[in-house]
Design a binder for this molecule. Structure first.
Ligand code: BTN
Length: 240
């Protein structure tokens, strides 16, 4: 069964609308907005989402809420595969969940859980599709499919493909506890491993080499001393 899509012109945030819908007991649905006025990214950062991008949230009620990082990975895989299929652009994943092209961010993914009597998960996907340019504060770090390919992309087409790819992984792998397959395809599209990187967390920078991912989707960072650190969150600068 195809999940139902709710489409809005403008919302504060598709994440908040999905939260509202979860309170009504809905799940396995998609919220899409043409523009958002109060959208957010990871670490409560502002996310730029005027017209031209794909702004969507997937509302789920999974039985397994202990492996949510794998859902974020599944979304990143669905996005990269769909971009390639619909536009030919070969984007890559930067750990944990940024989709980038030549180091510039194309798409960000935000997974939020609502835990209570019922457990819901909302996966927010913000994909820069048809923007011609960005404001000066993000111009050096963001890009769009249009800037890369010089062509308009059908957001409808793109969103349908992403939803399709995501639910294939959700139903056939996540819900069947075949998590290692998710990790395998994620690794296929990720270009962080074997790179020298800087991990930037709240108050410090750690330099090292990304040498792998563990079963909890944490990044394994080898320091110059050969000590291996498990990185659970943070921003990465990859030295390409
Ligand atoms: C990141 O920080 O990289 C994640 C950005 C996620 C943005 C998307 S846009 C759709 C959904 N609604 C929001 O308010 N945020 C997410």
């Amino acid at each position: 069964m195809q999940p139902k899509i709710y489409h809005f012109n403008t919302l504060n945030s598709t994440q908040d609308k999905a939260k509202e819908f979860s309170k009504k007991g809905l799940n396995d649905i998609i919220i899409i907005a043409d523009a958002q006025t109060k959208s957010r990214g990871r670490f409560k950062r502002k996310w730029h989402s005027g017209k031209g991008g794909l702004w969507m949230s997937i509302l789920l009620k999974p039985d397994d809420t202990k492996n949510l990082q794998y859902l974020t990975f599944a979304a990143a895989v669905a996005v990269v595969k769909s971009i390639k299929k619909i536009t030919g652009v070969k984007a890559k994943i930067k750990w944990p969940n940024d989709v980038h092209y030549n180091g510039k961010k194309l798409c960000g993914i935000l997974t939020e859980g609502i835990f209570g009597r019922e457990n819901h998960v909302i996966i927010g996907i913000g994909l820069n599709a048809n923007q011609d340019n960005f404001s000066t504060d993000i111009r050096n770090i963001a890009t769009s499919i249009k800037i890369i390919s010089n062509k308009e992309t059908s957001i409808n087409h793109l969103s349908k493909n992403i939803i399709n790819e995501f639910f294939k992984i959700y139903n056939n792998q996540y819900n069947k506890n075949k998590l290692k397959y998710i990790l395998k395809s994620w690794k296929n599209y990720c270009d962080t491993i074997n790179k020298n990187i800087i991990v930037i967390s709240k108050n410090k920078k750690t330099y090292g080499k990304a040498i792998g991912i563990d079963n909890g989707c944490n990044l394994l960072l080898e320091l110059e001393s050969k000590k291996i650190l498990k990185i659970m969150e943070g921003d990465l600068k990859v030295r390409y």
